[in-house]
Design a protein around this ligand. Structure first.
Ligand code: FAD
Ligand code: FES
Length: 275
C-alpha cells in the first residue's frame, strides 16, 4: 500500500495559464493499478523537514503502463498541496499510497459513453483504453471552459484513439457553446435500445454528474459516477470522506469515497446530501 514512485517526467501540460501538470512516476504500483483508481500522494517539501501539510492529496491514475512500470498523474495546481507537488524534480522519490479505491466497471458488450467536465477527463483515459482493447465502442462528451483548456488537458491524445468526440466550451471557442450535458442529452434521447446497449461513465463537477445521472435515469441508461471528496486517511479509517447513498430497498446508507468508491452507481447517490 505504501510505496515510492520515482519522478521520471514532470512537465507543464499545454498553456501555463491552465496550471496543469503531468507527473510520471516509475515504481511497482504500475503492476497492480487499474483504471478509475487513485493514489494518495505525499506533498511535503523535501527541502525542509516538516510534516506540513499532513494530509496526502488524492490524484487519479491517468495512465498505467505495466510494461514501462510507470503511472501518470495529471493534475491542476489548486492550492498549497499541489503547489508543493509541482516543485518535485526528476529523480526525486515521492511517497505514494495506492492503488486505492474501486474504479469504473465495463459492460461486456455495447457502447461506453464517457461524459467529462473539466479535469474530470483525467481518470477516463485509461478506462477508454481498456474498453477499446476489449472491443467495446466508446464515445466521448467533454466540456471545458475554452479551447486552450481542452487542448492543454490532452485533446490530441483522445483524437488518436479514433473515437467519436463531442466537445463543448463555455465560450464557444471549440465545439458547441454551453455545457457538456446539452450534447449528451440530445444523443441519449435519440438513442433507441435497438441501436445497442449503452453504459455511461462520468467524472467532473458534482452538479454536472448529478445532471448526467438524472438524464440517464430518464433515458434508462446505467451510469457510474466518480465522486470527489476531501480525504484524510484515504484508507477507510477516519470517516472523513463519507457520502450518503440509497440502497435498492430505499434505505439511506453511508459509504466511504476512498474505499467503497470513488466510483458509485449514479442512481444510488443522494446528490443533495452526499459529499
Ligand atoms: C478520488 C479523487 C481523485 C482526484 N483526482 C484528481 C486528478 O486526477 N487531478 C487533479 O487535479 N485533482 C484530482 N483530485 C482533486 C485533488 O485531490 C485536489 O485538487 C487536491 O487535493 C487539491 O489540493 P491542494 O492542497 O492543492 O488544494 P487546497 O488548497 O487544499 O484546496 C483547493 C481545492 O481542492 C479541494 N481539495 C483539497 N484537498 C482535497 C482532498 N484531499 N480531496 C479532495 N478535494 C480536495 C478543496 O475542496 C478546494 O476546492 C482528486 C480528488 C479525489 C477525491
Ligand atoms: S479518507 Fe479516511 S475514511 Fe476516507
Amino acid at each position: 500500500m505504501f510505496t515510492e514512485g520515482q519522478v521520471v517526467v514532470h512537465e507543464c501540460l499545454g498553456d501555463e495559464e491552465q496550471r496543469l501538470r503531468r507527473l510520471v512516476l516509475k515504481g511497482p504500483i504500475a503492476q497492480t493499478a487499474k483504471a478509475g483508481q487513485f493514489v494518495a500522494i505525499q506533498v511535503q517539501d523535501s527541502s525542509i523537514s516538516s510534516f506540513d501539510p499532513l494530509l496526502r492529496r488524492p490524484i487519479s491514475l491517468a495512465e498505467i503502463s505495466s510494461e514501462r512500470n510507470e503511472i501518470s498523474l495529471l493534475y491542476r495546481i489548486q492550492g498549497r498541496g499541489t503547489e508543493i507537488l509541482a516543485r518535485a524534480k526528476c529523480g526525486e522519490k515521492l511517497s505514494i499510497m495506492g492503488p486505492l479505491g474501486q474504479g469504473f466497471s465495463l459492460p461486456e458488450t455495447g457502447e461506453l459513453w464517457l461524459i467529462a467536465g473539466g479535469i474530470g477527463i483525467f481518470p477516463l483515459y485509461p478506462l477508454a483504453q481498456r474498453a477499446l482493447s476489449q472491443g467495446l465502442k466508446v464515445r466521448l462528451f467533454w466540456g471545458g471552459e475554452n479551447q486552450s483548456f481542452l487542448n492543454s488537458a490532452g485533446l490530441s491524445s483522445w483524437q488518436v484513439l479514433g473515437i467519436p468526440i463531442y466537445l463543448s466550451t463555455l465560450d464557444g471557442s471549440l465545439g458547441q457553446r454551453g455545457l457538456v450535458t446539452g450534447q449528451a442529452q440530445e444523443l441519449l434521447e435519440k438513442h433507441k435500445l435497438s441501436d445497442g446497449e449503452i453504459r455511461v461513465a462520468t467524472c467532473g463537477p458534482k452538479k454536472m454528474m448529478q445532471a448526467v445521472t438524472e438524464l440517464c435515469i430518464t433515458t434508462r441508461v446505467p451510469v457510474e459516477v466518480s465522486l470527489e471528496e476531501r480525504m484524510g486517511c484515504a484508507v477507510g479509517a477516519c470517516l472523513g470522506c463519507v457520502c450518503t447513498l440509497i440502497d435498492e430497498k430505499g434505505t439511506l446508507i453511508h459509504k466511504k469515497v476512498c474505499q467503497d468508491g470513488p466510483v458509485f452507481r449514479g442512481e444510488e447517490v443522494v446528490w443533495d446530501e452526499s459529499c
